[in-house]
Design a protein around this ligand. Structure first.
Ligand code: 13P
Length: 257
């Protein structure tokens, strides 16, 4: 069996975007989870605090990520940010989060997500590609087809080496911010059959087994261990529960204390 290193990421969304509040939280997290070797810990704060956090995390194992990026390197894209602008500040970037896809913007389609992934990899960033179905898609039995489309279009024509560098996050939209997480068994099944299945179809079973896939949606310090116990789940993408010092407990619970 392939050994995949767990990865727990905190997606702060549009929270803790002032330097004071971001630094305050990170100063509390760092003594508890700043030197863990058995898990990759990534914080994805607003862009406004990346530089300040990069400085205070200089000699810590905690890594930083951005929450989005544009695929172009520069140009007339008001309000956007490029891989090149991020690469000195962070190592990861979330791509295709459902809250962005929900805007319906042409910059958030599966085809756009493909361009973002390629640009992130080209810029030396590790993308965290989010996929997942809405409640109505789930109710209509479309989970499999929606996710196969998201994965296959986004990974598109990437080389095997580039696919290997990606992290995927299965985030069922109905579980995000609702307090009603997917059951670990169901998440494990979607990740195994649909997400790894799609990767296997394009790049082979060996590669599908080596890519890290997180679960996201109402993960908290109490339920994280149940997700980590699943063989196909390699960590979590955490929203609300990453905004307080208790995120340290979540990370510690993920790796068994
Ligand atoms: P919650 O953990 O708040 O449900 O958010 C999940 C999420 O969207 C992470 O990207």
């Amino acid at each position: 069996m392939v050994k995949r290193k767990p990865i727990i990421a905190g997606n702060w969304k549009m929270n803790l975007g002032t330097v004071d509040e971001a630094v305050d939280l990170v100063r509390k997290l760092r003594p508890k989870i700043g030197s863990l070797k058995q898990v990759d810990v990534v914080l994805c704060p607003p862009y406004t605090v990346l530089a300040a956090l990069a400085e205070i995390l200089d000699r810590s194992r905690i890594m930083l990520g951005a929450q989005n990026m544009h695929w172009e390197p520069k140009g007339a894209h008001t309000g956007e940010i490029s891989a090149g602008m991020l690469s000195g500040l962070c190592e990861y970037v979330i791509v295709g989060h459902s809250e962005r896809r929900a805007t319906g913007s042409v910059e958030e389609t599966n085809a756009a997500v493909q361009k973002k992934l390629a640009a992130a990899l080209e810029g030396g960033l590790t993308p965290i590609l989010c996929v997942g179905e809405s409640k109505s898609e789930r109710d209509a039995g479309q989970t499999q087809s929606v996710i196969v489309e998201q994965v296959s279009v986004a990974l598109g024509s990437l080389s095997a080496g580039d696919v290997q560098r990606c992290v995927l996050a299965y985030e069922p939209i109905w579980a995000i911010g609702t307090g009603a997480a997917a059951s670990p068994v169901e998440a494990n099944r979607v990740i195994a059959l649909t997400i790894r299945g799609s990767i296997a179809k394009g790049w082979g079973e060996g590669l599908a087994q080596s890519v890290r896939v997180q679960y996201g949606g109402s993960v908290n310090p109490e339920n994280i261990a149940d997700f980590m116990a699943m063989p196909e789940i390699d960590g979590a993408l955490v929203g609300g529960a990453s905004l307080t010092p208790d995120f340290a407990d979540l990370v510690l619970n993920a790796v068994g204390g």
